[in-house]
Design a protein around this ligand. Structure first.
Ligand code: CU
Ligand code: ZN
Length: 178
């Protein structure tokens, strides 16, 4: 009897170990993503943006340096491809629903439309907000797609890109290590 209960306890312990490991891995991979931005040719923009799953959406927080003071269009673009020196290899705005460009607060918008970030007079943009359209899994997942920061501001109206101008930085969104 004692041997039997010891054996059962051992099995339960082993199963719980396996389960803990499984839960931990998937939680890490689905809850946090990160992108390091690299300057396109002729620019010196750099920074990191984190994406974290929260209740009601995805929290976006980042610090970007080397930006001209003012507003800069900030989008998720379709392809996780920053191989060209001008960032255009990332394609257009991530738009899985095939709708018009808009503001992050618009009901109809590209999933990738995150609006603008604002750089201060020290050329730094620090920001944190929650977006309701982007996700880290499923059809609106931003994993393996690109973040682009533009030279100009996104007017949130002009089609198909908000007239935000050239691309200052590009980075590919990946699964975060923490
Ligand atoms: Cu863009
Ligand atoms: Zn757009």
């Amino acid at each position: 009897m004692k041997i039997l209960s010891t054996a059962i306890l051992s099995i339960i312990f082993l199963i719980s170990c396996v389960n803990m490991d499984t839960v931990d891995t998937s939680a890490t991979s689905l809850n946090n993503a990160v992108v390091r931005l690299h300057a396109t040719e002729g620019n010196s923009v750099s920074g990191v943006v984190w994406f974290s799953k929260v209740v009601g959406g995805v929290k976006v927080r980042g610090t970007i340096e080397g930006l001209p003071p003012g507003d800069h269009g900030f989008h998720i673009h379709q392809f996780g491809d920053c191989s060209s020196t001008d960032g255009k290899s990332a394609g257009g705005h991530f738009n899985p629903e095939g709708v018009d460009h808009g503001a992050p607060t618009d009901e109809m918008r590209h999933v990738g439309d995150l609006g603008n970030i604002r750089a201060n007079f020290d050329s730094v943009a620090v920001f944190e907000f929650v977006d309701v359209a982007i996700t880290l899994a499923g059809g609106n997942s931003i994993l393996s797609r690109a973040v682009i920061i533009h030279a100009g501001s996104d007017d949130l109206i002009s089609q198909p890109t908000g007239a935000a101008g050239s691309r200052l930085a590009c980075g590919v969104i990946g699964i975060a290590n923490k």
